[in-house]
Structure formats: C-alpha cells, structure tokens
Unconditional design. Structure first.
Length: 282
C-alpha cells in the first residue's frame, strides 16, 4: 500500500553518467535509426566517424535512475506500472561525450480511487557535470494501475494537448524489430515487462511490450525527419500521451500536423498508441 508522504518525497538517488559516442550510437540504433543504409542523414546519428549527431530524445535515458518504482519501500505494485505521459524540454544540444548529472524527483501524486489506480508525476533534470549547464528537463506521468485508494489527493491532473480534428498533413511509417525491446532495455530501463513473457502475462499482456520510451524514440525520429530536417538542435520540446502498447515487430505510423501536433498508431492493428502529442521546433 502506498503511503502518500513517503512516495511524494521518495529519495531517488542522483545519477552520474559518463557518456561516450558509443552510447549515443547505441541509443539511436535502439530506436531504429540506421535501418536505411542509403540514408546519409540517419547515418549521422549512428556513425561516429561522420561528426556524430545525438538524438534529442536520448534525454529520457541519460542519467536514468533505473526502475526505482520496484523498490518495495515505495509501496508501488511494480508489476502493474505503465508509462502514461512523457515530456522533454531541451535547453542545450545533448553531448555525445562527457559526464552528465541526472536528478530525479517526484513532483505530484494523484489518487484516482479504489480500483482506478493512481498517477505519479516525476521530473528529471540533466546537467553537464563539468559546467553545470542545464541540458534538458524530462517529465513523466506513470500510471500505477494497482495502487488507487490510498487516500491521496484527487488532483490536479495535467491536461492533454488537443489533436486537430482535420486530417494529418504528414505521415511516416517506421518499423520496429521483434527483438527491439531487448536492445532498448540496455539503455538502462530493465523493467522485465519488456523481456519476460511470464511478467508480461501477470501484467495482462499476451507477450512482452515495447518500452513506451522506445515508442517515443521512434516517433521522435519521425518528427525530426519531417519537421526538423534531421537537425537535433532544431527540436525545442516534445510532449505526448501513451494510449496503448506497441508489440515489438509492429510498424508505427506517425501522423503529423505542421503546427507540431501529432499522434501515432500501429499499422497492423490500426490502434492509436500515442496521442495528444505536441512538438516544438525552432
């Protein structure tokens, strides 16, 4: 059972990470870049000999505190945890090499009621360890499906960005690979929900699902290509809501409006998997 005060002020350890070009390349490969060996713009993210560019969405895995919600002291039913929403605000281009400090804290907790789960809001601040420069701030909404009814506040709940009721102006299909979750988890997100069939079954899924943040990386690739011409420094912010899981091997179709609104669906099942998205480019 969750104790509101304990979880609201849970001490998440600071993380220091020495980032290398290999890390930046691996992240880009883990979200699907490089699948077209003839696209030189993608190669700029996966070939360190080309003057390596870093995917802006890598902010979500840099100095990642790990699956801290699995600590029994949180009171969270970790098997039933799913990623609900994610934001990224970029203040400075991400480096391909150097030491990064990540400080993560819980910023809010909403009790939706007995049998209805809870929402946990958290924020991670990334800084360059040598200069103190603020690089990025990421924000997460985690849906605690098994933890409602602990007597916490019922709000406030963050509103979702509306999606236009017109047809999308741009679409891009990007495939995922059957083993992609096994690669992606090496970025530091080792929740067994994405690797172990038995854990997935206990969580109510027929097989392991793709990390929500891997889905985000695929969508960020589509946005960077269609709205940013593969220029990482052009992306200023990104926010989205996860609405359904992706199974590794499925194709993600990102539907984009030129004002930065977007959503994404799985082509094979015609299911919306990301909704209420907004990307801001310079």
């Amino acid at each position: 059972m969750i104790d509101y005060d304990t979880l609201r002020h849970f001490p998440i350890p600071e993380v220091r990470q020495r980032v290398t070009p290999r890390d930046a390349v691996f992240y880009a490969l883990s979200v699907g870049l490089g699948q077209d060996p003839m696209d030189a713009r993608q190669l700029d993210f996966v070939d360190a000999d080309r003057g390596l560019r870093v995917m802006p969405s890598m902010a979500v895995v840099l100095a990642h505190p790990g699956f801290w919600a699995a600590d029994p002291a949180t009171g969270i039913d970790a098997v039933k945890v799913v990623h609900g929403e994610q934001t990224i605000t970029l203040h400075h281009p991400l480096p391909a090499e150097g030491e990064i400090i990540g400080r993560t804290r819980v910023t809010g907790l909403v009790d939706k009621g007995e049998g209805k789960g809870a929402l946990l809001y958290s924020e991670k601040e990334l800084r360059d360890a040598a200069t103190g420069t603020l690089l990025a701030v990421t924000g997460s909404t985690t849906f605690l499906r098994g933890d409602g009814g602990f007597g916490g506040p019922s709000g406030p709940v963050k509103p979702a960005h509306p999606v236009p009721d017109t047809a999308p102006e741009l679409t891009l299909d990007l495939p995922t690979r059957p083993e992609q979750a096994l690669y992606y988890r090496l970025n530091g997100d080792n929740n067994p929900l994405h690797a172990d069939p038995e854990v997935a079954a206990r969580a109510g899924f027929p097989r392991p699902i793709l990390h929500g943040l891997c889905t985000l990386g695929v969508v960020a690739h589509a946005l960077l290509r269609e709205l940013g011409d593969y220029r990482p420094d052009a992306m200023r912010s990104l926010s989205l809501r996860f609405s359904s899981p992706v199974f590794p091997g499925e194709t993600i179709r990102t539907e984009i409006w030129r004002n930065g609104a977007f959503r994404a669906r799985v082509v094979e099942r015609d299911v919306v998997v990301v909704n209420n998205g907004l990307a801001v480019f310079a």
